[in-house]
Design a protein around this ligand. Sequence first.
Ligand SMILES: Nc1ncnc2c1ncn2[C@@H]1O[C@H](COP(=O)(O)OP(=O)(O)O)[C@@H](O)[C@H]1O
Ligand SMILES: [Mg+2]
Length: 354
Amino acid sequence: MTDPILSVRDLEIAYRTGRKEKVTAVSGVDLDLYQGQSLALVGESGCGKTTLGLGLLRLLPKLGEITSGSLRYRLKDGTHADLLTMGKEPLRRFRWNEAAMVFQGAMNAFNPVARIVDHFADTLRDHADGKRWTKRAVEARAGELLETVRLDPDRVLPSFPHELSGGMKQRALIALAIALDPQVLVLDEPTTALDLLTQRQIVQQLHELRQRFGFTMVFITHDLGLAAELADRVATMYAGRVVETGSARDIFKGPKHPYTAGLINAVMPVAGDRPALESIPGYPPSLKAMPGGCAFHPRCAFATAECKLDPVALDVLAERPQGMTHAAACLHHERVGLARPARSPESGKETSDV
Ligand SMILES: Nc1ncnc2c1ncn2[C@@H]1O[C@H](COP(=O)(O)OP(=O)(O)O)[C@@H](O)[C@H]1O
Ligand SMILES: [Mg+2]
C-alpha cells in the first residue's frame, strides 16, 4: 500500500472577527487521502466545507488562519512536504502544479475584460518555472485542455467570459485548474447554480477526467445526490467537524450519524415509495453560539441528556483500508439508520421547523 497523497492531522482553522476575537470554523480534522480517490465533503451551508477546502491549499482569506495541526502532501517527485511550514516561493510552486482549486462561485469571478485565452496565459506563465510560454504554445495547450472538457477551442478561447454559458464557464475553469497537471483537485460546489442538464454534463466530464488523469479529487457539495455519483469516499461536516466518514458505499447504505442520515433522507427516496423531501429541522449553529456537547444535539431526534455533556469523538465502526474506515461521532450510532426515528422523549427542546 502506498502512503497517502495528503495527510491531515488535527487541523484547526479560525477566523479573526475583531481585534482580539476569533471564531473556530474547523476543528479536529484528520484525513488521509490516497492517490486517485474522490472524496465528497458534504454538509449544509455554514458547516465549514469551504474553509476546510481552502485550508487544504493554504488559500484562506486574510482573516482566516490555520491555528494548529499538520497538512502533509506527497509531492510529484515522491518527497513529502508540510504545507504549514512551507515558504512563500515553494507554496507558489505547489499551487496549480501539485494541487489546484476550483472555487465556489468562481464562474462569476472570471475577469470580465480578459478573454478566456488570457486566463490560460496568465496561469501558465505565472507558474511556468522557467518554461517560456509563447502565445502559440499557450493557445495549443489551452486548446488541448478545453478539448478534454469538450469545449470547442476556436469558439471559447477568443471569447470573453460573458459570452459563455454558466456550464461552459465552469468547464473552462476545470480545464484551467488542471492546466499544470496537479495531483489533487479541490472543487467547491462545482455544479451549484447550474441547470440539471449542465450538472449532468459536468459530472460526466469529471468522471472522464479522473479516468484519464488519475488525479485525486476533493469535492465539496451540499448535494448528496452528486456525492453518491462522484465520490468513492464521503466525509460529513457539521459545525466545523467531520462527524462521519467512510466509503460512499458504507455511508449511503448505512449512515451512522443522524446528520448524515438526515441529509440522505432529504434527497433519497425511502424504500421505493415517495421521495422523502424531509429536511432536518433548524439550522447549523453560529460559530459564536456553539451548543455544548455534540453540536448537533439541538436538532437531533436521537439526542439524550448525555449528548449535551461532552463533545463526541469519531468512533470506528468498520475498519477498511486506504482511508475508507467507517467512523461516526454519535453516542447513538447503533440506532441510526435510514428509517426515520421517533423523537426520543428525552431529546432537547424542539427547534422550530423552517
Ligand atoms: N471570512 C470569514 N470571517 C468569519 N467567519 C467566516 C468567514 N468565512 C466563513 N466564516 C464562517 O465559517 C463557517 C464555515 O463557513 P464555510 O466554510 O463557508 O462553510 P460551508 O462552505 O460549509 O458553507 C460559517 O459559520 C461562516 O459564517
Ligand atoms: Mg461553501
